[in-house]
Design a protein around this ligand. Sequence first.
Ligand code: SF4
Length: 320
Amino acid sequence: MPMLEVRNLKKYFPVYGGVFLRPKGWVHAVDDVFITVQKGETLGLVGESGCGKTTLGRCVSGLYDKSGGEVFFKGEDIFAMGRAGLKALRLKMQMIFQDPFESLNSRQTVGQILAEKYHIHQKKYPGMNEEIARTMETVGLEKEDMEKYPHEFSGGQRQRIGIARAVSLDPELIICDEPVSALDVSVQSKILNLLLRLQRELDLTYIFISHDLSVVKHISDRIAVMYLGKIVEEADADTIYENPCHPYTEALISAIPDPDPDKTKKRLILKGEIPSVENPPPGCRFHTRCMYAEDICSRKEPLLSVRNTRREHFAACHLF
Ligand code: SF4
């Protein structure tokens, strides 16, 4: 049984307008998405800002209600769980956020921030402070840091506090929402390596959300590429990188600088801006920017279908 299974998931947000601010449309942030995450693996979710990847992560963790579809965590439908079930789920499924400063209460010490989870889930016990100190050391902080406030740390250290909070009390699945985007490149690799080590040591499963395909490739076993609320390609990380089937993935890969200065790579420039999710283009949602678009592309929506059964490679494109 997969750790997580998402079927036909939809999340629409109402758009209000007019003098009386009545609903006048819907933003299709997540539209008919299927993903599966096996225990112990990392699924990378990549796409430009506004493509719906953060909304997908929040629906999966039960922070947002769904507009349609189903999400199963270890075979249990999370939207059919009562309040007690959702509270227990939050213990097993944690999130790491992009901006550690925003997600940490500036008026609490690190010790208080980390103890809060124990209080909420009624897990307070005499050895709690020692356990919190051990968790801090696991993520590369010091026991003495428990008395400090978030503003006394650097960006990378603050993200370590966010990670300590996520990994305490034995979670199984962690949704990492752009966890390194706000950090310097040198700090990014340290945080990524920390996440990889914790995955091995604590037997964790990750969904790793980022707009940066090079970062996603470094950490993921499988990658799902998202465009305007839909998954357009999914495969293992090497296949996506070496043999992309969807033109959008191809363009994202072409934008990654090659570390070998002798290799010249042709960069594919996408035309125009990402269209509005309130009014997505008909047919293939990517047709307004695609360099290979043909007549059929604006008329018929391509479905996510198998490109290579052995490698479980899926893509939604008429031509490939
Ligand atoms: Fe491009 Fe057409 Fe494929 Fe869409 S279906 S990605 S527009 S070639």
